[in-house]
Design a protein around this ligand. Sequence first.
Ligand code: PLP
Length: 380
Amino acid sequence: MSNTDLSPATIAAQAAGATDRETGGVVPGISLATTYLRGEDYGLIRPENVYGRDHNETVRQAEEVIRQLEGAAASLLFPSGMAAVAAVFRALPSGARVVMQTGIYWGTLKWVREYCVRRAILLDEVEASDAGALAEACRSSADMVWIETPSNPWLRTVDITAAAGMAHKAGAVLVVDGTAATPVLTRALELGADISMHSATKALNGHSDVLAGALSCREPSLPMWQEIAVDRHDAGAILGPFEAWLLMRGMRTLPLRVERMCASALALATWLEAHDGVAAVFYPGLASHDGHDVAARQMPHGFGYLLSFLVRGDRARTLDVMGRLRLFHRATSLGGVESLVEHRHTIEPHTGIPENLIRVSVGIEDMADLRADLAQALAE
Ligand code: PLP
């Protein structure tokens, strides 16, 4: 049975076959060496290992898990999701044109806007969940189209296959940030994306204790991928072995965690939508969501662990609701086993995020406990 026949649960649980061949351990050790031996003839003892900035067995093992989960030809790990974003943008030539989904994760947009000014890259921001708007932006030639689906914190969904068609017509590479989906729910490369990106800090690791970013490609001969790989190798933005090992450990339970988180998120979104104290719920699993049909097609096993809702009331009422929560932690980030809430307006006050929006990352706690916590916090 080839690895491509294996389901995500099997790939993840067995860490894509990583064991400790030297000791016979079922779990691989952490390879800490920053440099590698040469023999008396000055030949490398292991030709694939020269120096720790370029090569590390533990990082390779974690990359192999992601590669198999993504159905990718190659995957690379970076020290954070933003380092992975930056690696992609650094591969663009000066003067390039980028079509970028607007209203996505604020950290990405902020850095990209500043970087594009510095490098004279023409940046066209577009509401990519609107297929007509994306098609219009792709009428002129471009080097790259960047989408994030579902988007953070609005949970907008973009049809990856349609976006790939438009991007390729414009001569552009399509990059998809699928952090809120994970490869368990959406394999962007199989839907036509050229590069798939994840903040592995989130659900891939899943325990709020590792910063990491992942890039995967369908076709390693893609010039942009080659640039990215050379830049990671030469400029040194590699993940540390401790983080890679922890990430591999976290990913063993990814499909299980995602299954539970999706079920709870859907149940909570449905419950919130019917609550008098809630003005609106944004979750692709709800039939009322604009992108529900697209999500149902490209997320057949669940709609993700992230949702946002609008409290009926003002900023003070919203912060009061958040302050009353006892199980949900008030903290930034998403995708961990513990549920989090965030008041995005406080983080990005000038970007149009409503003052009554609460973003929820649903963890693996008992759903009824989470619902009861929300119920007591929303009670008038
Ligand atoms: N992409 C998305 C959708 C995110 O939510 C985040 C972080 O919140 C990032 C990228 C950046 O990842 P990191 O925090 O690992 O740098």
